[in-house]
Write a protein that binds this ligand. Structure first.
Ligand SMILES: [Zn+2]
Length: 165
């Protein structure tokens, strides 16, 4: 799938397009922000360009985020209400800056750190993600959690509830 998408783009990564802050590139950035991944999630919620201007995903990263939105986050939203994404995709530099692990799934758009607009529904969110067939890894604190997905493999269902405080 990665090869197909990259060949459609003639091997040009979005990050190459957007490397210089020309007017065209800035216009592309706002277009990138407004890309809708699923009915309730925009790309901007996962890349936080205002905070990290160089956090530009590849087309494959965006496809991976879309998988997570459709298979994990939209169903979770049905159960627990609006979801706030504190960290989604991270380029290498951003991942280093926030102290992410070297092989973090955030690097490829296969994870999100989230909390709820209505924290009283957090337990319902955790219960749903524990049983969601697309959950790869689930690590939870008391009000936030990290959930990952694997568009290309069998989910591990690695669950650690309350592991982080
Ligand atoms: Zn995370």
């Amino acid at each position: 799938m990665k090869q197909i998408i990259e060949s459609k783009l003639n091997g040009v990564r979005l990050s190459t397009h957007l490397a210089s802050p020309s007017e065209a590139a800035l216009r592309n950035l706002s277009e990138l922000n407004s890309v809708r991944l699923s009915p309730h999630f925009l790309l901007q919620e996962f890349i936080h360009l205002r905070r990290h201007p160089d956090n530009i995903p590849t087309a494959q990263d965006i496809a991976n985020l879309t998988f997570g939105c459709l298979m994990v986050l939209e169903p979770a939203r049905l159960i627990a209400g609006p979801i706030i994404v504190t960290s989604g995709f991270r380029c290498e530099a951003v991942n280093r800056k926030v102290g992410g692990v070297r092989n973090s799934q955030h690097l490829t758009g296969q994870a999100a750190d989230i909390h709820l607009a209505d924290p009283s529904r957090f337990r319902q969110l955790v219960e749903f993600l524990k049983t969601c067939k697309y959950t790869d890894q689930l690590l939870t604190g008391s009000t936030w959690l990290h959930v990952s997905w694997t568009p290309f493999g069998t989910p591990r269902h690695f669950i650690r509830i309350g592991y982080y405080k």
